[in-house]
Design a protein around this ligand. Sequence first.
Ligand SMILES: *[C@@H]1O[C@H](CO)[C@@H](O)[C@H](O)[C@H]1NC(C)=O
Ligand SMILES: *[C@@H]1O[C@H](CO)[C@@H](O)[C@H](O)[C@H]1NC(C)=O
Ligand SMILES: *[C@@H]1O[C@H](CO)[C@@H](O)[C@H](O)[C@H]1NC(C)=O
Ligand SMILES: *[C@@H]1O[C@H](CO)[C@@H](O)[C@H](O)[C@H]1NC(C)=O
Ligand SMILES: *[C@@H]1O[C@H](CO)[C@@H](O)[C@H](O)[C@H]1NC(C)=O
Length: 402
Amino acid sequence: MNVGFALVLLWSLPITNVLAELPVPQNLTLLTLNTEYLLTWDWDRDQTTTGNTVTFTAEYMGKYKMQRKKKNWSRVCERTIHTHCNFTGSDLHYLGMYVLRVRASADGLNSDWVLKDFCPDKDAALGPPSRVELAPVGNLLDVTISDPLTSTQGSMKEHVLSLYYHILYWNLSDDPRGLKPNVVNSNNNLVTLPELEAWTWYCVMVQSRYDYYNKTSGYTAPQCMQTEGDTQWRQIFLYFLVSLVVCFLLVLLPYTFFRFYRVLKHTFYPTIQLPAYIQEYLCDSSLGSEMPILLTPESELCCDNLSVYAEVVPLEIHIAPPFTAPPSGLQHDSSRHSRQGSEGSGGSGVYSTEGGSGQQGSSGGGEPIRRDKEVEKVKLGEMGEEPGDEGVPDEGVVDVCV
Ligand SMILES: *[C@@H]1O[C@H](CO)[C@@H](O)[C@H](O)[C@H]1NC(C)=O
Ligand SMILES: *[C@@H]1O[C@H](CO)[C@@H](O)[C@H](O)[C@H]1NC(C)=O
Ligand SMILES: *[C@@H]1O[C@H](CO)[C@@H](O)[C@H](O)[C@H]1NC(C)=O
Ligand SMILES: *[C@@H]1O[C@H](CO)[C@@H](O)[C@H](O)[C@H]1NC(C)=O
Ligand SMILES: *[C@@H]1O[C@H](CO)[C@@H](O)[C@H](O)[C@H]1NC(C)=O
């Protein structure tokens, strides 16, 4: 029975081929970039004899389901008049393996399906970096590379883990076309180009690469940038200092502000009230009379009071006369004679003491004291003469000198 059925099938196959007059789409091609997948095919319009519009249907299915009896194709494009179908939004997994198929339809007839295997990881083209920026850092160049983007604006590094960048750079003045570029490979997004010269224009192009499937993207457009001067240690140290100062300020400012606030508070709202007369003084000085306050008559009166100690001295003077009275005739002492002569009194010691007490009230207090001393000296000198003691006259001489 089975053999007979198979024979019937074999016999009928040519018939079905004849019935399917519509030719199949040709040259199925996938135009891909990152995770954008566009299936295109060729269709010769002359093949349709009737001239009616030809439509196409495109479907896909996971390759592992091909072995199943009941196949579940997912339809992406149905009866489209275009010769391409956009599989981008079909959510094909990047590492999955799929089978795509297309057939043409016209005049109620369907062509056979044309199959094409598709594995995005293996077949989809890799795009160049979405953005490249150059920034001079001293005599070096920083290249900031943005990853190629998926159709949902994600990074292609999510799908291609071993993606890296092939960077070409060259001296613009030496090699304007970039025929002998230097090469740096890196999977970092920030690359500092090594061994550049200061104040020189360099051009940079970047390519994405994925070695497992030998994928390389196109290059980004050349971008040129001039390097700056050498980054000297002094400059680095300066940057360090500046950042340190900034850090200090950030920490100190709130503290200083707090202290300043406290000082202000204590100055204008003191916890201890000043005495009333100081406050009065402060008020006066605020009116503009600053120095004159120190020279008021009251303060001079205080100075008069200081001379009070001189009034105590006459007490001694009163004691002195009993001693001085007997030697009143002693005017021959040479040293004393000259001094009293200068005073103009010319009289005895008694006269001088009287004059001294009389002068006290009128003039300064220094003079009377000296006279009292003189009185005492007179006494000493007399004592030295009368007892004939030799030690005492020496003292008297010393005192006279003073
Ligand atoms: C398919 O591609 C080949 C080679 O590129 C070309 O010669 C042929 O004309 C294409 N088929 C159609 C239907 O365009
Ligand atoms: C067929 O696949 C679609 C998604 O592609 C799914 O939603 C549907 O449930 C599947 N049907 C069967 C019978 O497997
Ligand atoms: C394919 O569809 C995606 C969105 O799903 C769109 O961004 C992309 O431009 C489309 N490609 C073409 C060639 O129409
Ligand atoms: C690069 O160009 C500068 C002129 O801008 C030149 O002086 C220098 O020698 C060149 N460097 C190299 C490595 O060729
Ligand atoms: C990758 O391409 C190079 C030439 O560009 C070739 O020599 C090498 O065999 C290729 N490798 C694979 C795995 O296709």
